[in-house]
Design a protein around this ligand. Structure first.
Ligand code: SF4
Ligand code: SF4
Length: 103
């Protein structure tokens, strides 16, 4: 395991701090949907979406999955990473979503 604490990057910045390097134009509706919350609860003890998502979008809150879609980096990993294909993933509607600042 890396010496950094959970959620910290190699330079000691948290994911939240790194998020300030990008901009989001969040839609009012989520482009990410957990299809069957019961599957998360009963069949997926490791809740691996909370691990593989690079933007910490998925947070397990005792009995439900909180989906912070506004911070999604649109990498598409959750489309293939959920072992139960339990996440419906779409691109945000045109004009919404992440805006990378280059340079
Ligand atoms: S990986 Fe899929 S089944 Fe598991 S908690 Fe996340 S959304 Fe639910
Ligand atoms: S597309 Fe990538 S950043 Fe967005 S929720 Fe899925 S894993 Fe996280």
């Amino acid at each position: 395991m890396s010496p950094e604490g959970a959620g910290e990057t190699a330079k000691g910045q948290t994911i939240e701090e790194k998020q300030y390097l990008v901009r989001f134009n969040a839609d009012t509706k989520s482009h990410l949907h957990v299809l069957d919350p019961e599957i998360c609860m009963t069949k997926c003890p490791d809740k691996i979406c909370t691990i593989f998502c690079p933007a910490d979008v998925y947070k397990w809150e005792e009995v439900r999955m909180h989906v912070g879609y506004e911070g999604c980096h649109e990498c598409g990993s959750c489309r293939i990473g959920c072992p139960y294909q339990n996440i419906k993933w779409e691109y945000p509607k045109g004009g919404h979503g992440i805006v990378f600042r280059l340079g």
